[in-house]
Ligand binder design. Structure first.
Ligand SMILES: N[C@@H](CCC(=O)N[C@@H](CS)C(=O)NCC(=O)O)C(=O)O
Length: 215
């Protein structure tokens, strides 16, 4: 297998942590997003949607989303389970993941991509160039702030987001918290449960590719 990665980007990091937690040896290939390598002809042969991460299987199949890569690796390498073992856990983790994806990643994407000067004319990933809409940046920031305000309650007194066991929901939440620091949004100081969880999860060897944020 080959893993097409970009060390500075959040979505590949989600897959990278997952791979590290499962301790799977995979060749990593760095894609230079800064110089738009994802838009070139060579990378389009790998992923026509021009995004990373991508997992190339040994038979040549390309999985082109974090969600697809997680599903594949969880089925192919069940231990340790990161997406739940019982029917109920699987449902709870998928629920949480969707909340974090929509409330966290999509809001941050809306904010960042509609305001960053470097993303002018590239407000969405993919083959079509879209102009920024400043109002969407304002809305994204507002949505993200509300999402951050609710994290403390989401964690509560549980060790991990989904309960007693580390899961893909922890990976998702950790990565979105680190991603939001690009826009200087962080957990409220009063979010004691969230900070306790964040410090524990940030100390895992699998997550070390980004400097943790400090209180
Ligand atoms: N939901 C997709 C998102 C993938 C995505 O947006 N990747 C970004 C890096 S985090 C990318 O490839 N950006 C390329 C670009 O900005 O053109 C996934 O999780 O795979």
């Amino acid at each position: 297998m080959k893993f097409y990665d970009c060390k500075t980007a959040p979505s590949p990091r989600r897959a990278r942590i997952f791979i590290a937690e499962k301790n799977i040896a995979i060749e990593h290939i760095e894609v230079d997003l800064r110089n738009a390598e994802q838009m070139g002809d060579a990378f389009r042969q790998i992923n026509a949607y021009c995004t990373v991460p991508v997992l190339e299987l040994d038979n040549g199949t390309h999985l082109t989303t974090t969600a697809g890569i997680w599903q594949y690796l969880e089925a192919a390498y069940p231990e340790p389970a990161l997406m739940g073992t019982t029917a109920e856990q699987k449902g709870i983790i998928a629920d949480l993941q969707w909340r974090i994806e929509t409330g966290g990643f999509m809001a941050m994407g809306e904010y960042l991509r509609n305001s960053a000067p470097a993303m002018k004319g590239r407000a969405l990933t993919g083959t079509v160039n879209y102009e920024q809409i400043p109002e969407l940046a304002v809305r994204g920031k507002d949505r993200l702030t509300h999402f951050f305000d609710d994290i403390d309650e989401l964690i509560g007194t549980k060790p991990y987001v989904a309960g007693e066991t580390f899961s893909v929901a922890d990976i998702d939440l950790l990565v979105v918290i680190d991603f939001a620091k690009w826009k200087k949004i962080t957990l409220p100081k009063t979010a004691v449960n969230a900070w306790r969880w964040y410090e524990t999860v940030s100390a895992r060897p699998s997550t070390q590719s980004v400097e943790p944020v400090s209180r």
